[in-house]
Design a binder for this molecule. Structure first.
Ligand SMILES: Cc1ncc(COP(=O)(O)O)c(C=O)c1O
Length: 387
């Protein structure tokens, strides 16, 4: 049994979630339920492997060894039924960095790039910073979950989207897209010649009753016009080690991306390679236990909200340790909502508006922490907001 009920002391390590509270919210003592990483001790085998690696004082130039490829290929085959060869794997330090390189390599300035909103803020930032035009297709709120509005999605593709950045599973809505939804996305993108850049960083964090399907497994057409950006960083809480990968089956798309990466000499560090190798080889049991803990956290949060904050709208997430909470019934402006969270509840949450226009009245809650800390945060919110 691993120790998901023990809060890791992270303060004083330059850790964004705990140590950047002062700089971001002006108060170092808020309950930190924001930045998307977790407060659990890492996989013990990883800690040992990295400690052992520091005993050998060789820290010079490095490359991805056979052990790394074996682990990445084995993990993808085992968890997602995704068959990879070494050539399909393009190493990048981060997923957002990978999205930037993919959009840079596969589209031109002023091209249109489509995203579904609300969504993880860099989905706006990456195309904008590269001088691409954004096309937004808002997700539709269904009875029990958010869904793609396929009429709107197709209309936006028709406007000439060169690429679609897909969040699968979805941050912040926690959706795991189903087979028919994925087939529809792939079919429509093929019809309009739109490349799918599928960010699957949350694909290991899927709860019971749901199954992640990689975009590359949807159809042979999808395989030819899509790529995946993924990493062990969310799953195993190792974002600071900077190891991620683009998975590209189409040789032409891959060559264009590799050429650009070579121009900028982008690579992964030796600790990143070592970490990915170890977690993907030895981390499955840890992940299975983590998923049970996180799913129980999600159920706890939903039930707390129902009892104590019934005016807050929330769905049980199908994936991710993130929850999208709707406070719009309180009738506050976004600024007033965030100020109340900070000054009265003393809790740090992500501002929903940074995820797009639809995020007004919303906040994102991170439940990748101990149940005790989630309870503390929710109690404070309940005290500040009332029923
Ligand atoms: C959908 C999504 N993509 C990418 C990232 C970050 O990836 P990286 O830190 O590797 O750039 C996150 C982090 O929350 C995320 O939710």
């Amino acid at each position: 049994m691993y120790e998901f009920d023990r809060l890791l002391m992270r303060k004083g390590t330059n850790c964004s979630k705990w140590d950047a509270l002062e700089q971001t919210y002006g108060d170092p003592d808020l309950v930190p339920l924001w930045v998307a990483d977790m407060d659990f001790p890492v996989l013990p085998e990883l800690e040992k492997a990295l400690a052992a690696r520091t005993e050998n004082s060789t820290f010079g130039y490095t490359f991805a060894g056979e052990g790394y490829y074996k682990s990445v290929i084995g993990w993808n085959a085992g968890r997602n039924g995704l068959t990879l060869t070494k050539e399909d794997i393009v190493d990048v330090p981060g997923v957002v960095c990978g999205l930037s390189f993919a959009i840079s390599a596969l589209t031109d300035p002023k091209d249109k790039v489509l995203i579904n909103t609300p969504v993880y803020p860099p989905f706006f930032g990456v195309p904008r910073s590269l001088g691409r035009q954004l096309l937004l297709s808002p997700l539709r709120r269904g009875k029990e979950r958010y869904e793609i509005d396929f009429d709107d999605f197709e209309a936006k593709l028709k406007e000439g989207a060169k690429a679609f950045i897909f969040c699968s599973p979805h941050n912040p809505l926690g959706r795991v897209w189903e087979k028919d939804e994925l087939e529809n996305v792939a079919k429509l993108c093929a019809r309009y010649g739109t490349i799918i850049v599928s960010d699957e960083i949350h694909s290991d964090l899927v709860f019971s009753g749901h199954k992640h399907i990689p975009i590359l497994n949807v159809s042979s057409v999808a395989q030819d016009m899509s790529l995946i950006a993924t990493a062990p960083s969310k799953t195993f809480n190792i974002a600071g080690l900077k190891v991620s990968m683009l998975i590209v089956k189409n040789p032409d798309l891959r060559k264009r991306i590799r050429t650009l990466l070579d121009q900028f000499h982008v690579g992964v560090s030796l600790f990143g390679y070592k970490a990915a190798e170890v977690v993907y080889r030895e981390g499955e049991k840890w992940l299975e236990e983590l998923l049970v803990y996180l799913e129980d956290n999600a159920k706890f949060a939903v039930s707390f909200l129902k009892d104590r904050l019934p005016r807050v709208g929330a769905y049980l997430p199908e994936s991710t340790y993130l929850m999208w909470l709707d406070f719009s019934s309180y009738g506050l402006t976004q600024e007033a909502l965030m100020e109340k969270m900070r000054k009265e509840a003393h809790v740090a949450l992500n501002d929903g508006f940074t995820f797009g226009e639809e995020g007004r009245g919303h906040v994102r809650l991170n439940i990748g922490t101990t149940r005790a800390l989630i309870r503390e945060g929710l109690e404070k919110i309940a005290a500040a907001f009332g029923r």
